[in-house]
Ligand binder design. Structure first.
Ligand code: AMP
Length: 217
C-alpha cells in the first residue's frame, strides 16, 4: 500500500498515520518530523529551513523535494506519507517521481476537521523531543504526566504549536491546499474522512476506508 494523507495541522495525520502503519505494516514518513530533525542537526540545510518552520511558513518546494526524494525512493515497502506533498508543485513532482519508479500512490486520504475540535487539539498537544512521540493531555495522556512513556524524556510543547504560529499554519494550509485537493480529486483514488471525533473512532473510520478501498481495487 502506498498512501498519502492530506489535512490541516492538528487533523490527526501523525497519530492516524502511526496506527495505519501498525495495522498494515507500512513505513510512516512525516515531513514535519524529518524537517525538525534536520533543523536540530544544525546542518546547512537545517539552518536554511529553521526560520520557515519556526514561523509556520512552508519550506520552499525545491528544498522540500530535495529532502524527501531519496527518503521516499529508498523505501522498500509500502508507506504512509504525512505532510508531504503540501503544495501543487510538490504533488506533481511526487507523482512523476513515483510513476518513474513504477510505484504510484494508491490512495490519497483527505482529513477534514471542524474548527472547534482543531483548536482543542493544539492546546493540549505535547511531544517527546527524543523519540518524537505525540501525546495529548486529555485524549492521549502519557502514563506519568509530562513524561514520555517510551524513553522517560520530559515532554515539550512544539515551538510551532504556539497559538500565533498555529493560526499562521492553518491559514497557510487553507491557501495552498485547494489546488492540491482538486488535483488529487481529478486523478482518482481520493477519499475524504472527517477526523473531528475521538482518536479511536477516527482510527476505526480510517482503517475501514482503507480496507474498503483496497478490497474494491
Ligand atoms: P507539520 O508537523 O506537518 O505540521 O509540519 C511542521 C512545519 O514543517 C510546517 O509548518 C512547515 O513549516 C514545514 N513543512 C512540513 N511539511 C512541509 C511540506 N511538505 N512543504 C513545506 N513545508 C513543510
Amino acid at each position: 500500500m502506498r498512501i498519502a494523507l492530506l489535512g490541516p495541522p492538528g487533523s490527526g495525520k501523525g497519530t492516524q498515520a502511526q496506527r495505519i502503519c501498525e495495522a498494515f505494516d507500512l513505513v510512516h514518513l512525516a515531513s514535519g518530523d524529518i524537517l525538525r530533525a534536520e533543523k536540530a542537526s544544525g546542518s546547512p540545510l537545517g539552518n536554511q529551513i529553521r526560520d520557515f518552520i519556526d514561523n509556520g511558513l512552508l519550506v520552499p518546494d525545491d528544498l522540500m523535494v530535495e529532502l524527501m526524494r531519496q527518503k521516499i525512493l529508498d523505501l522498500k515497502k509500502g508507506f504512509v506519507l504525512d505532510g508531504f506533498p503540501r503544495t501543487l508543485p510538490q504533488a506533481q513532482t511526487l507523482n512523476r517521481m513515483l510513476f518513474e519508479a513504477d510505484r504510484p500512490l494508491m490512495l490519497v486520504l483527505n482529513f477534514v476537521v471542524n474548527p472547534k475540535a482543531l483548536s482543542r487539539r493544539f492546546e493540549g498537544r505535547r511531544v517527546c523531543p527524543v523519540c518524537l512521540s505525540v501525546y495529548h493531555i486529555d485524549s492521549l495522556p502519557p502514563q506519568n504526566p509530562g513524561i514520555c512513556d517510551l524513553d522517560g524524556a520530559k515532554l515539550i510543547i512544539r515551538e510551532d504549536d504556539r497559538p500565533e504560529v498555529v493560526q499562521k499554519r492553518i491559514a497557510t494550509y487553507q491557501e495552498t491546499m485547494a489546488p492540491l485537493i482538486a488535483y488529487y480529486a481529478q486523478l482518482g483514488n481520493f477519499k475524504t474522512v472527517d477526523t473531528s471525533s475521538s482518536i479511536d473512532d477516527v482510527t476505526h473510520a480510517v482503517l475501514e476506508k482503507i480496507r474498503r478501498h483496497f478490497e474494491d481495487e
